[in-house]
Design a binder for this molecule. Sequence first.
Ligand code: TYD
Length: 210
Amino acid sequence: MGARGVFITIEGADGCGKSTQAALLEARLVACGLEVVRLREPGGTAISEKVRALLLDPANAEMSPECELLLYEASRAQLTRQVIEPALARGAVVLCDRYYDSTYAYQAGGRGLDETLVRQSNVLGSCGRVPDRTLVLDLDPATAFARATSGGADRMEAEGLAFQRRVRAAYLRLAAEEPARVRVVDASGEKDEVLGRLLAACADLWDLRG
Ligand code: TYD
């Protein structure tokens, strides 16, 4: 193991199958003998989980977009300092289900908050930490939305399909802007097929290890 770990984030609109794929990817990397720290955002520390509950509670319908943005960043800053940085320092692979690109996609793309402001907030919330690779799972928005809301909708999902389309468009913009870091992966088909695509999209990363 090198002195520095590898930081991978998994992104996508609600219902794209991210959580399933994160679990499969973790299992594959662990089988290769790697230490993997799998996290999800918002959450991952005691403080961040409390912030998560505030963010997703449908009862908080009056939450302003600015409050929402800052809560996602607050949750992220705690996770970054408390868990992500120490894990990377000891050489682990950190696999994070969502990170600051979600904030760009949802708060700038979905909500329409000013992009520059969101990007600046992301620098603060991530404590300047940039993922080595960001895998965006891409699925037809109508299919993904139906899947995400089949068991009821949280506060974000309650925004509807048009919101999810804007989220997807924002992810595609990011991938065009930062092709070395952000890779779009087709999330349709069998789970193993999708996993194969994800592994291919981060295969070069293992050269980063010392
Ligand atoms: P979650 O139930 O974890 O959804 P998923 O399994 O799709 O990740 O809820 C997280 C929700 O929060 C999801 O709708 C995306 C949204 N979100 C933002 O709007 N901004 C952010 O910065 C993050 C991390 C998540």
